[in-house]
Design a protein around this ligand. Structure first.
Ligand SMILES: *[C@@H]1O[C@H](CO)[C@@H](O)[C@H](O)[C@H]1NC(C)=O
Ligand SMILES: *[C@@H]1O[C@H](CO)[C@@H](O)[C@H](O)[C@H]1NC(C)=O
Ligand SMILES: *[C@@H]1O[C@H](CO)[C@@H](O)[C@H](O)[C@H]1NC(C)=O
Length: 557
């Protein structure tokens, strides 16, 4: 790799810039209200309880949690956060509130930071406000089945990326809870610096989602553009049946139509061309095949035993100049052909239109004029499946004041993210440069084996996780798919990906063998040709790489 001198110098100056980013000390913030506010100080473990709940062998919350300083793009010195540590695992942790949180006729503000230190391939980073009734307790661990009131925050898998906002509302007619999803949720920020997510629910039924303090979505809970909170007022009468004499054929064959006299159903589709003429030199008497005049009776032929010897036949060479044998005109499409006669279709005078059952009032219909009034909340927590580990959460606020949440954002998130972004910017081009490359070969080799080790480990984890999901899916398909669609998507893409890769690899192997063993192409030429090609591709890649870096470095410098 060729790197010009000025670029190396520029790069070195960037590294020292990264080291120069001033990281202020973290100072704990205290609130005047008694709202829930968590900064993960040294007493965090007395409030937060990790769950190791399991439904069966296959569904275990085996994900580990820890409170630590960030390892990627650090912000304030000494600022710790809660980290989901295990890749491809279910994680659950919750904190009970000292007193149940009640937002009847009052504003609810939920705010927290998410830092995707390794990005987010497939996984959730949302928070749940758990119901006081039936929620977590000393004897009941947090799980997928724990009732909640609000679910809010990022969830991404493959192409699907959203900031969930889900309300769980009870239907008083059936007693069942139903999940009410925000119809078009905003997208989550997939960056390795902190992102601040805020949810506001006001007693006038307005809601607002802010990302990094900016409004990403706002409206009314009662507006059908955002939520369908209530069931339909009317439903099809399940007892109404289609009458036996209902006519639903819109068109029928005209009963008065008669087949025209001159309609010949038997006229053939093809006829001999009446205008064709036999070519003058066509010889009807000549044979198309004649005995081979050059054939000779073999010596071993014994007429007594083998019978009379007959010369084998060959195509008559005379027929190559002109046609031989009986002549017939070529066939053409019959202009008189009409095929089978069918009467024209006319509108059915008895047609009654498509049948639909009559509507009746929905017995499960109810009104929900104040969905902002949630049931009392007893705890909050994270209950996630994630493929990517090292997701960090911090500065969790649950209270009634928008101003308080903004105050927290101004004093914790903003100063932190400023440092994180400076460090991220300074570090961005670092990985690509290696001014001096001592023992490049060895380094690359260990990198490859390292990567291989890691991928084997990963494949095993994905396999175990996928097996567990499959077992759940067989057990209760609807519930599993509804509650954990991200995993279905993820494992489906893994399967498709594996099949594609396997196919690609076997095709490559086959083509390599084909090249090696192809008899007509001398090997050495092929090989050196291939090597040359690889070399030139490498050169090109390096050239364009350093160009990109150059412009990036110049921009930053
Ligand atoms: C730690 O955080 C909790 C909850 O915010 C708070 O009540 C407590 O005073 C803090 N402890 C220290 C030593 O700062
Ligand atoms: C909430 O407000 C409604 C309407 O103003 C009122 O009828 C109700 O009593 C209030 N509920 C509480 C718990 O204050
Ligand atoms: C937060 O910062 C913004 C911008 O500086 C300011 O307008 C706002 O008043 C601050 N809010 C609070 C509650 O400190």
């Amino acid at each position: 790799m060729k790197v010009s001198r000025p670029i190396i110098l520029l790069f070195l100056s960037l590294v020292s810039y990264a080291a120069d980013v001033e990281r202020k000390d973290f100072l704990p913030l205290s609130l005047e209200s008694d709202a829930f506010f968590e900064q993960f100080n040294e007493t965090w473990a007395s409030r937060w309880k990790p769950s190791h709940s399991k439904r069966d062998e296959n569904f275990v919350y085996r994900g580990e949690w820890d409170v630590e300083e960030p390892t990627v793009n650090p912000g304030l010195k000494g600022d710790k956060g809660l980290v989901a540590k295990t890749e491809a695992a279910h994680h659950a942790i919750s904190a009970r509130l000292p007193t149940p949180f009640d937002n009847t006729n009052n504003t609810l503000v939920l705010q927290y930071e998410v830092k995707l230190q390794k990005g987010l391939e497939c996984g959730g980073a949302y928070i749940k406000l758990l119901s006081q009734e039936g929620g977590v307790s000393d004897s009941v661990e947090f799980s997928n089945d724990t009732p909640y009131q609000v679910m809010f925050g990022p969830d991404k898998c493959g192409m699907s990326n959203k900031v969930h906002f889900i309300l769980r509302r009870k239907n008083p007619k059936t007693g069942e809870y139903e999940e009410k999803h925000l119809k078009v949720p905003p997208m989550a920020r997939i960056v390795k610096t902190s992102t601040l997510y805020t949810l506001i629910i006001k007693p006038n039924q307005d809601f607002e989602i802010r990302i990094n303090g900016e409004v990403a979505k706002a409206g009314s809970l009662l507006d059908s553009r955002y939520f369908d909170l209530t069931p339909p007022k009317e439903i099809d009468d399940p007892n109404d049946e289609k009458p036996a004499d209902w006519v639903d054929d819109e068109l029928i064959p005209d009963p008065n139509a008669v087949k025209p006299e001159d309609w010949d159903e038997d006229a053939p589709y093809l006829i001999p061309d009446p205008n064709a003429v036999k070519p003058e030199d066509w010889d009807e008497d000549a044979e198309a095949y004649i005995p081979d005049p050059d054939a000779v009776k073999p010596e071993y032929w014994d007429e007594e035993e083998d019978g009379e010897w007959i010369a084998p036949k060959i195509p008559n060479p005379a027929c190559e100049q002109h046609g031989c044998g009986p002549w017939s005109a070529p066939k053409i499409r019959n202009p008189d052909y009409k095929g089978k006669w069918t009467p024209e279709l006319i509108e059915n005078p008895d047609y009654k239109g498509p049948w639909s059952p009559r509507k009746i009032p929905n017995p499960e219909y109810y009104e929900d004029p104040t969905p902002s009034n949630l049931e009392p909340i007893g705890a909050l927590g994270f209950e996630l499946w994630t493929m990517t580990d090292s997701i960090m959460f911090d500065n969790i606020y649950l209270g009634h004041s928008i101003e308080e949440a903004e105050y927290i954002g101004n004093n914790t998130f903003l100063p932190k993210v400023e440092i994180e972004e400076q460090i991220a910017a300074a570090n961005a081009p670092q990985a690509k440069y290696d001014a001096e490359e001592p023992e490049k070969q060895i380094e690359e080799q260990s990198l490859v084996s390292d990567l291989l080790d890691k991928s084997v480990d990963r494949v095993l984890k994905v396999y175990a996780s996928g097996k567990a999901y499959w077992a759940d899916l067989l057990d209760d398909p609807t519930k599993t798919l509804l509650n954990r669609p991200g995993e279905a998507f993820f494992f489906a893409s893994v399967v498709v990906g594996t099949i594609t890769t396997t196919f690609a690899i076997s095709t490559t192997i086959v083509s390599i063998f084909a090249t090696l063993f192809a008899p007509s192409t001398p090997q050495p030429v092929k090989r050196s040709e291939a090597k040359e090609r690889i070399e030139s591709v490498k050169e090109k890649a390096t050239a364009s790489d350093s160009k990109v870096n150059e412009t990036e470095a110049v921009k930053r410098g």
